[in-house]
Design a binder for this molecule. Structure first.
Ligand code: UDP
Ligand code: MG
Length: 316
């Protein structure tokens, strides 16, 4: 099979027939063998009835339906597990992404050897409250992830070599950072294609402003995981040692001052009035805590079933 189209959806009943028909037309014109995997993320409207009807008319239509709304990332993850095509294409269900882009994306993966190609909604048809923060978000994501050539990390329209989607795990809200996940898994040939974008035709957006706060927190998590995920002691041990050394010198200072004051008639040293006393307390305690966190982190990593999963590029 050439292409699997994975489509996460949450209450998109109006768009689905038009979208399916459009995909069907593009696939037919290009002679692709394909499947459409709708992942219904707990819709409360009639989306599932619509999909059932579409499936009865077209054998390429498949569906997985969650019993409640879990989010776009879990929906993509399940779609990825089910996908059988050589190239996997994800797109939003709201008709904002155009199926006309599929052939070009497919060829970039198959002929140009990209692992992942992300769409770039260069000209966006979304409100300003969405487009401006997105620019900032993408600039940060480029910097942190080191994927310098991407302008639009969170574009719903993306194409992958099948191998890639089988080796990444999209969870939480991590769909915003799939290129970063792919890069961390060892897939480095990540490209971009300018894609057409439309204003939402039916329904409303499913993401509010909280996505920016969560987006930044997730970026921090991913950065931390990719740097220290399998060696947490390298960061906590370093911090712990630094704290402990500072605390130790503070203790020595306090002791010296105390000794000096004991042998002096004029100099009185009050332990609780000395800044070094508090420094020694705080830093020694913090240092020990960082160390303990590091050890616990190491224990957790040690027990992770993933700890020895390496992506092997070649073997003779
Ligand atoms: N979506 C989903 N689960 C959710 C939220 C959204 O499957 O909890 C789907 C939604 O139906 C759409 C896609 O994810 O197909 C993108 O959502 P939306 O168009 O609301 O995002 P926007 O384009 O406004 O960023
Ligand atoms: Mg949309």
């Amino acid at each position: 099979m050439d292409i699997s189209v994975v489509i996460p959806l949450f209450n998109e009943e109006e768009s689905l027939p038009e979208l399916t028909e459009w995909i069907q037309r593009v696939m037919g014109q290009n002679g692709f063998s394909y499947e459409i995997i709708f992942v219904n993320d707990g819709s409360t409207d009639r989306s599932m009835d619509v999909i059932k009807k579409l499936a009865s008319q077209n054998a390429a239509v498949h569906a997985v339906s969650f019993s409640r709304n879990y989010g776009k990332s879990p929906a993509l993850n399940v779609g990825f597990q089910r996908a059988k095509g050589d190239v996997v294409i994800t797109m939003d269900a709201d008709l904002q992404d155009s199926p006309d882009e599929i052939p070009a994306l497919y060829h970039m993966i198959v002929s140009e050897g990209y692992d992942l190609v992300s769409g770039w909604k260069k000209k966006r048809y979304d409100p300003l409250s969405k487009t401006f923060p997105t620019k900032l978000f993408n600039a940060t994501a480029r910097k942190v992830s080191g994927i310098k050539n991407l302008h639009d990390f969170n574009c719903g329209l993306k194409a992958y070599r099948r191998d890639v989607v089988k080796h990444i795990e999209v969870y939480g809200d991590m769909h915003r950072y799939i290129p970063y996940l792919a890069k961390n898994a060892g897939y480095k040939k990540i490209g971009e294609k300018v894609v057409k974008h439309q204003a939402r035709k039916y329904g409303t957006t499913k993401f509010g402003l909280d996505r920016f706060v969560n987006g930044y927190l997730d970026l921090g998590t991913l950065w931390f995981q990719s740097r220290f995920g399998i060696k947490p002691m390298h960061i906590f041990g370093l911090l712990g040692s630094l704290m402990f050394i500072i605390g130790f010198f503070a203790v020595v200072t306090v002791l010296i001052m105390k000794l000096v004051s004991m042998h002096s008639e004029t100099y009185h040293f009050y332990l609780t009035k000395s800044v070094y006393f508090y420094l020694s307390l705080v830093f020694m305690v913090l240092g020990v805590q960082f160390f303990c966190t590091g050890f616990i982190g190491e224990m957790i990593t040690r027990n992770s079933p993933e700890r020895n999963n390496y992506l092997i590029a070649e073997e003779f």
